[in-house]
Design a protein around this ligand. Structure first.
Ligand code: PHE
Length: 453
């Protein structure tokens, strides 16, 4: 086990974990959800969920990984030998593999849009909806772009933890944060700023209903990457002096700032262009925004061109760091369980994801007629099964495992790094209350509601 590798610094730990959390979920899914759920009231619900559910569960996942320094399957096997809990580890690995396969499809779209932005297509296209449809229906282009982003992820993962994940997270995350800052400043110079900010910051509590509450919780989970094998697998490379609460808190803070900033980038632009509604749904980033960029910068096309390039580069960087965290648990599982070399294990994961992802990538075109339950395409089915079934289930099991199954002394030792006397008592009392009671009950509520809706 000595040559398993670990992160080299606390900054590396925070940036890699934040890289997992910050992804399409922040820049693409969050603004969409905000738009569809009425703005500021949703953001408030989201932040409460991050604090009460997301952070404690992230710490719970860190405990499992850091205590064992093993891949998710062996981590559960070690902490709960000869029990069914090993299935929880397997579920985590399987979910990561499954999510990676369809997440790469959307990540591939962002690469396509980045390329189109560079050759000045995004800000000059006459019909952004037709552009999107013709690209996603093409029988091979979406597959090529999906494979390209998977190969980029492969390039990082094959280099291991310090030379790959940590090194590239340390390069990509600061770049991403810088781009966001520049875009926010540009966006504030637009005519729709006041209206955009009002939509984002002024809570209209009449919009609050059960649906908004549940969407906020779902978004918090997805965005923080909790409830599956990713954070557990990263935590297995944490050093023994890494502070779990502090890391989880920093990751949640960075994740939330990036999500809200993405709203600050998108909505002032959207409100500057009268014809476009803020609740345009998932097409917001790929269909609405090209039109917005075009119209908002009609007088200064050069800035529109730069803005579009930076925006899609931001999306791509965010997607790649999340893909790394989805790839690693599966790779480390194959590597450690089947004694494969890192190179071979990485190839097995990349190749199988390309195969599976092809089904999703083509489900907007040649495979659009292949339908599952409730008429879902491959893509919808993958999204539904992972985000709405396996992730909540993983979250419930995780909270039961850490809250009820693991010895309390082990949990306390991990969160305090064995310095129990110097640790504020209210923090673990609060932690146990949230992990034992609030998390399992609240997630069960989301789960049941989402299945019924
Ligand atoms: N949190 C990532 C995002 O916001 C998605 C993700 C989910 C990554 C689960 C890893 C695990 O895009």
């Amino acid at each position: 086990m000595e040559n398993r590798g670990s992160f080299g610094s606390k900054l590396g730990i925070i940036l890699a974990s934040a890289g997992s959390a910050v992804g399409l979920g922040n820049v693409w899914r969050f603004p969409t959800e905000v738009g569809e759920n009425g703005g500021a009231a949703f953001i408030l619900v989201y932040i409460i969920c991050v604090l009460l559910l997301g952070v404690p569960l992230m710490v719970a996942e860190f405990i499992v990984g850091r205590n064992t320094h093993k891949n998710p399957v062996d981590a559960y096997r070690t902490l709960a030998p000869k029990t069914g809990w090993v299935l929880q580890g397997l579920l985590g690995v399987f979910t990561a593999w499954f999510i990676l396969s369809y997440y790469s499809v959307v990540a591939g779209w962002t690469l396509k849009y980045l390329v189109s932005a560079v050759v000045n297509q995004v800000t000059t296209m006459s019909d952004s909806s037709a552009f999107f449809v013709s690209f996603t229906q093409n029988p091979w282009m979406p597959v090529v772009y999906m494979a390209a982003v998977l190969l980029m992820t492969h390039w990082v993962i094959v280099r291991g933890v310090q030379g790959g994940i940590e090194r590239y997270s340390k390069m990509m995350m600061p770049m991403l944060l810088l781009i966001i800052a520049v875009l926010v400043v540009c966006s504030f110079a637009m005519p729709g700023t006041v209206e955009g900010l009002k939509f984002l910051l002024w809570p209209d509590f009449s919009k609050l209903d059960g649906g908004v509450l549940l969407s906020g919780m779902g978004q918090a989970f997805f965005s923080l990457s909790v409830g599956m094998g990713c954070l557990c697998s990263y935590a297995s490379y944490f050093t023994d002096d890494a502070k779990l609460f502090k890391t989880a808190g920093s990751v949640a803070l960075i994740d939330t700032i990036v999500a809200v900033m993405s709203g600050f980038i998108i909505f002032p632009a959207v409100f500057s262009v009268q014809e476009v509604a803020p609740d345009a749904g998932p097409g917001l980033v790929f269909i609405t925004l090209p039109t917005v960029f075009q119209m908002a910068f009609a007088h200064v096309p050069l800035i529109g061109w730069l803005f579009a390039i930076m925006f899609y580069l931001l999306l791509l960087l965010a997607a790649l760091t999340s893909m790394m965290s989805l790839h690693e648990p599966v790779t480390s599982f194959l590597l450690e369980r089947f004694k494969m070399s890192r190179r071979a294990a990485t190839w097995v994961v990349t190749a199988s994801c390309i195969a599976l992802g092809t089904l999703c990538a083509l489900s907007f075109g040649p495979l659009s007629e292949v339908r599952f339950l409730f008429g879902m395409t491959f893509f919808d089915f993958f999204d539904f099964v992972s985000a709405k079934i396996i992730m909540p289930l993983g979250g419930i099991l995780l909270s039961i495992f850490v809250g009820w199954y693991l010895p309390k002394s082990l949990v306390i030792k991990e969160i305090t790094n064995s310095q129990t006397l110097h640790f504020p008592r209210w923090l673990f009392v609060g932690f146990f209350f949230l992990v034992r009671w609030v998390a399992p009950l609240a997630i069960t509520a989301i789960f049941v509601n989402e299945l019924l809706s």
